[in-house]
Design a protein around this ligand. Structure first.
Ligand code: ADP
Length: 757
């Protein structure tokens, strides 16, 4: 069977994506390959389809159990016999799997790299007909990569012991020149075809939000999640402590969320991961321990509560959004303290490693360079997408018009005078302090630390009074980037002056920075959202059907004990709503339905569709959007752009409201949002309501452990807002605000008569 027939029959797709055909052809001609393609590009098919055409077995070396399990489940669902052999199996199960493998029962076998070193596996491999060895996540072979795995280095020994040298194919998403060279060299690839496809993920929207305080960050993240209650998303934090804090914040606001970090037991982590994959919880708050091997295709946003350690990490984590090719957002909430946190984490990483001392130094330097590049991503006012692509070696310039920076309006501001003040200040402080002390001195802040250092008597004290702290910090960041200020590499990061500062002092150099209008106006706590507004291609009736199909998919997933996306993707469901297939032929035309999927579920889906349409012809999508965007084919988004108006309390909404004895603010707001016309109207946010209540003296804001909590005041109690003490999973007490019926009525009256959104 040729590759296109296999593509259709087993995977249900009609066309191959960029790079796939070329890599498959090279492999099929017996040539080694290295495929460097971004997450979600479709690397798996590049080796799975040749594996089905080759006469013998393909061994896929993969670093993570979850990754293997997922892939094998997906293959078996597609009607392809595959197995995995790793430490999650008992010795008995391994023996059985190897026996089956010897009998030729599997075309594809996934193994962990450590397994190759065992005698039993070697014995099997020497007696088997192995056509190809595929090395997945091949960057694990390089010490310069992010996830170095020593046993990857030994793969070549295994290959060399085989009776016949198989084709070797390697794949990765993140590879700088150095990592690429390592893969080629350590795996001893034989005159390989190296294919690097574009790294651009067009469906991802990138944005950096500058936040100066923990409180601001938390408020922004909470409001983002509340505005995307229907979507699945991941929030990455740098430390376990932050994961706990953000998770508790979400829990306290009634948001179904899970958490994941190395401090939890295996059992807890597994449960949390499953809840997320099975859509039981919609948000996952996690450290970077989470995500590798998670192929959840409908993640609609990835937020970073802290800046990651490198662009490689960032692109990999952010890249977990929108694997289904539909619009998704990647927002990084940045504060300058993130640099310190990461420096600390990097130091402890190197401190714990078993590397030779000379390598440790090299690694440290490398980490520092990567961290600086990451930091500059957060500070740059240029196109974020192009910054990423340039980092990964793709030469692009100009603007993408689809990232936070391209969409923000900037003003170029001449800040040369302020730069002179900063340089003077650093000189007067004898180059002994870091960013915070310098800024506090310039702003003339009467802080204990400044007084104790005796800095209130320096001439620079208060010279920039009236400027915003964030603005000064941005200018200092710019001076660092341009090499005028040199941060030391120790924990305290003192700022030193470089020779070139003289050029500024002598009037030979002018410094401009871009300042966004947003920054110039207020330091708002709410994230400015991407200007694009997502609304489905489907009409509200179409969305109703989509929900029915989604429910049905969940039921099938439970029957089969696999995650819903393994049954089929959201994109496939959307395509069903558009095409409303009535028979086998039409069902096979649906994106993502191959023969095997059809055999398993096709008729049952057709039956569901029939129940919904009662056999009538109907159109459940916006036709003009389809002609604009072409049918649901590859890479096309199912989202329609269009501006929505702010939420307003209409008589129709009011008529439907059901008052309850008591409720939380999120549930109440959720109810109101349900009744709005979601095609035309934005969500009402709980942040808006609580902000109003604080402004009007019904609630007060209290900061505990650096977190913001709302408490009721006498005036709030009078209108029926009461507090209930609850206990978190960790025994910590927190207060939940409950709104009784009179309080709910008060909110409705205020929304109708007084509050302007
Ligand atoms: P990667 O390993 O590169 O991150 P995957 O192999 O997991 O990406 O593929 C990502 C998604 O894209 C999967 O859901 C896969 O089924 C889908 N996909 C891959 N190739 C194609 C194709 N040619 N047409 C449509 N969808 C595809």
């Amino acid at each position: 069977m040729d590759k296109y027939r296999i593509l259709k029959k087993y995977f249900g797709y009609d066309t191959l994506r960029e790079g796939q055909a070329e890599l498959m052809d090279e492999i099929l001609q017996g040539r080694d390959v290295l495929g460097i393609m971004p997450t979600g590009a479709g690397k798996s098919l590049c080796y799975q389809i040749p594996a089905l055409i080759f006469p013998g077995i393909t061994l896929v070396i993969s670093p993570l159990i979850s990754l293997m399990t997922d892939q094998v489940k997906a293959l078996n669902q597609a009607g392809i016999h595959a197995a995995y052999i790793n430490s999650s199996l008992t010795e008995g199960q391994i023996a059985k799997a190897l026996e089956n493998a010897k009998r030729g029962q599997y075309k594809i076998i996934y193994v962990a790299p450590e397994r190759l070193e065992t005698e039993r596996f070697m014995e099997f491999a020497c007696g088997a007909d192995i056509s190809m060895v595929t090395v997945d996540e091949a960057h694990c072979i390089s010490q310069w990569g992010q996830d170095f795995r020593p046993s990857y280095v030994k793969i070549i020994k295994f290959i060399e012991r085989l009776a016949k040298r198989p084709v070797v194919s390697a794949f990765t998403a993140t590879a700088t020149e150095r990592v690429k060279e390592d893969i080629l060299c350590i795996l001893k690839l034989n005159q390989p075809k190296v294919l690097i496809t574009g790294f651009d993920r067009k469906n991802l929207f990138f944005k950096v939000v500058q936040q100066r305080s923990t409180k601001q960050k938390e408020a922004a993240i909470l409001s983002y999640v509340q505005e995307h209650m229907e979507d699945s998303g991941i929030i990455y934090c740098a430390t376990r402590k932050n994961v706990e804090a953000v998770w508790e914040l979400l829990q306290a606001n009634g948001i179904r969320s899970g958490k994941y970090h190395a401090g939890m037991s295996n059992e807890e982590r597994k449960q949390s991961q499953e809840d997320f994959i099975y859509d039981v919880s919609s948000v996952m708050v996690a450290t970077n321990a989470f995500g590798m091997g998670i192929d959840k295709s409908n993640v609609r946003y990835v937020l970073h509560y802290n800046m990651p350690q490198s662009m490689e990490n960032y692109y990999q984590e952010a890249g977990r959004a929108g694997r289904d090719g539909e619009e998704a957002e990647c927002i990084l909430f940045y504060s300058p303290q993130d640099v310190m946190i990461n420096r600390f984490l990097l130091e402890s990483k190197v401190g714990n490693s078993e590397l030779e001392p000379e390598n440790i130094m090299l690694l440290q330097e490398n980490d520092e360079v990567r961290l600086n590049k990451m930091n500059y991503y957060c500070l740059t006012k240029d196109c974020l997408r192009h910054y990423i692509l340039n980092y990964f070696g793709e030469q692009v310039s100009g603007r993408c018009e689809k990232c936070g920076n391209c969409q923000a309006e900037y003003e170029e501001k001449d800040v040369t005078d302020i730069c002179r003040d900063i340089i003077h200040c650093v000189e007067q402080l004898r180059q002994r302090y870091g960013m915070n002390v310098i800024v506090d001195t310039l702003l003339g802040r009467n802080k204990a630390k400044i007084r104790s250092l005796g800095l209130e008597s320096t001439p620079s004290f208060g010279i920039c009074k009236g400027e915003k702290e964030g603005f000064l910090k941005n200018i200092i960041g710019e001076l660092e980037q341009q090499g005028f200020l040199l941060p030391t590499k120790d924990k305290y990061m003192v700022l030193k002056l470089s020779q070139s500062c003289r050029e500024i002092q002598n009037g030979e150099r002018q410094i401009f920075i871009k300042v966004s209008k947003e920054e110039l106006q207020t330091q708002t706590t709410e994230t400015k959202k991407a200007s694009k507004r997502k609304s489905d291609l489907l009409t509200s009736k179409g969305l109703e059907l989509f929900d029915v199909l989604r429910e049905f998919r969940l039921a099938l997933a439970k029957e089969e004990a696999v995650p819903p996306y393994i049954i089929c993707s959201d994109k496939t469901l959307t395509d069903m709503c558009i095409k409303l297939p009535k028979n086998k032929q039409e069902m096979l035309n649906v994106n993502g339905i191959g023969e095997s999927k059809y055999e398993k579920y096709g008729e049952r889906f057709i039956e569901k569709l029939r129940e919904f349409t009662h056999g009538e012809e109907m159109t459940l999508y916006y036709e003009e959007a389809l002609t604009e965007q072409e049918p649901i084919a590859e890479e096309k988004t199912t989202k329609r752009k269009g501006k929505k108006s702010e939420f307003s309390l209409t008589p129709e909404i009011e008529q439907q409201i059901q008052y309850t004895q008591q409720t939380t603010i999120s549930d109440f707001v959720k109810q109101l949002n349900q009744y709005r016309n979601e095609d035309t109207t934005k969500c009402l946010s709980t942040t808006f309501i609580t902000r109003k209540l604080v402004e009007e003296g019904y609630l007060k804001e209290e900061i505990v452990d650096g977190k913001s909590w709302k408490r009721t005041l006498k005036k709030g109690e009078d209108i029926g807002i009461c507090e209930e003490t609850r206990q978190s999973q960790y025994g910590k007490e927190y207060q939940v605000l409950l709104y009784t019926k009179p309080a709910q009525e008060f909110l409705i009256n205020s929304l109708r008569d007084r509050w302007q959104i």
